[in-house]
Ligand binder design. Structure first.
Ligand SMILES: *Cc1c(COP(=O)(O)O)cnc(C)c1O
Length: 382
């Protein structure tokens, strides 16, 4: 209990408020100015200069050819998988340890998720576990990857960069290439995270970002698809805007599309937020360094950035000794007005995914019992 008290005191010292949330947005730039510009111009909805600008700015920041906005990260994942050809009955490999959105997006296409283990040092998809599962269960016939047991096509692999810590994405890519599986990165938690100097979400065929209110930067709600293939980006724009064919006045549509375009208001917020991203990331990194030092001193494991990675430290995490200790800690800190949260339940433990295939999940299960996220917002005094 003394240790817990010390932790609460340490966190209270960082934030000057009664209730300390896990991750709050900060607005210290042009947010209000750009929002007012939208209102003054009446362009608050699906057309406007901030939509195009936000796409350009994100493409430049992440280093991709093109970026396409979307209403949120979950629907961006759905669109990404549709674009690489995931269809009803196909299988998609992903982590058991992820936020529900990854698995939900697979289900929107009536595809079947297959849950693979994570690595101990990244908390993200394990290349080794992925390879083991494929070596055992997959075969390639006429260049198409099939699951030998179910006869279904294995179309895509969707690793997720947990809490901003990059997975060993180059190794994952090699395995996907060998098996002819499309790689889509769920980089919803990892804007500002780099692996071997390259931004996360830019290694696979498509990467997906989220700008939900609790993410590193926010548009209120929103998502982005990242492409190095311009034709694919064009297809993304088309199907996220009702698949309307360009014409001066006619309403003509050539396939079933979605109304998934981000409104100009949200994009305006995004443009302003992106202007502040270096300051936000620096403050978050400093906080993580302070946490790391503090937890080292009191002998609690702080989850640090993996090798070869520069992590955004979206959410800081500590690893406690057992489920019991974790529950005690959650109880105590939350009752003290300090928001802490366990990591997600494994996807295959949820009722809608309980019958899905999965590989060995020892590491995922180990994390589930022990990981706690602690307050990670940009500090008041940054
Ligand atoms: C936040 C998040 C998403 C989805 O983002 P939304 O914009 O909230 O739809 C997807 N995957 C992961 C891992 C996330 O954390």
């Amino acid at each position: 209990m003394d240790t817990y008290k010390k932790i609460v005191e340490f966190i209270r010292n960082k934030y000057d408020r009664d209730f300390i949330a896990l991750h709050e947005p900060v607005f210290f730039g042009n947010e209000k100015k750009y929002l007012n510009e939208c209102i003054d111009s009446t362009f608050v909805s699906s057309v406007g200069k901030f939509v195009d600008r936000f796409e350009k700015d994100i493409a430049e920041y992440t280093g991709v050819e093109q970026a396409v906005v979307c209403v949120n990260g979950t629907n961006s994942l759905q669109v990404a998988m549709q674009l690489v050809g995931v269809e009803q009955g196909d299988e998609v490999l992903t982590q058991a340890l992820t936020f529900i959105a990854t698995a939900n997006a697979i289900s929107y296409l009536k595809a079947k998720p297959v849950f693979i283990d994570v690595d101990k040092d990244t908390m993200g998809l394990s290349p080794k576990a992925l390879k083991n599962w494929l070596d055992e269960n997959a075969e390639i016939v006429n260049n198409i990857c099939y699951n030998k047991n179910t006869g279904r096509k294995i179309k895509a692999c969707v690793p997720m960069h947990t809490f901003g810590h990059p997975v060993k994405i180059d190794e994952v890519l090699v395995i996907c290439e060998k098996y002819n599986i499309e790689l889509i990165e769920d980089a919803a938690e990892s804007i500002g995270s780099f692996y071997k100097g390259k931004h996360t979400g830019t290694f696979g065929k498509i990467g997906v970002l989220s700008f939900n209110g609790n993410k590193t930067i926010t548009t209120g709600g929103g998502g982005m698809l990242l492409f190095n293939d311009k034709d694919l980006a064009k297809r993304a724009k088309h199907i996220t805007t009702q698949a309307k064919t360009p014409h001066k006045w006619e309403f003509s549509h050539d396939e079933i599309g979605y109304n998934y375009r981000m409104p100009n208001l949200n994009a305006a917020l995004g443009c302003a937020q992106l202007e502040s991203i270096d300051r936000i990331l620096e403050s978050k990194r400093n906080l993580s360094l302070e946490y790391k030092k503090f937890f080292n001193e009191i002998d609690i494991q702080f989850f640090d950035e993996p090798e070869n990675a520069k992590s955004s430290f979206w959410l800081n995490a500590i690893i406690l000794e057992s489920k019991e200790e974790r529950d005690d800690f959650l109880e105590y800190t939350n009752s003290e007005g300090i928001m802490t949260r366990p990591i997600w339940k494994l996807m295959n433990k949820l009722p809608m995914f309980k019958d899905c295939q999965h590989g060995d999940l020892s590491n995922s299960e180990w994390f589930v019992d022990r990981v706690v996220n602690i307050p990670s917002s940009v500090k008041d005094n940054c």
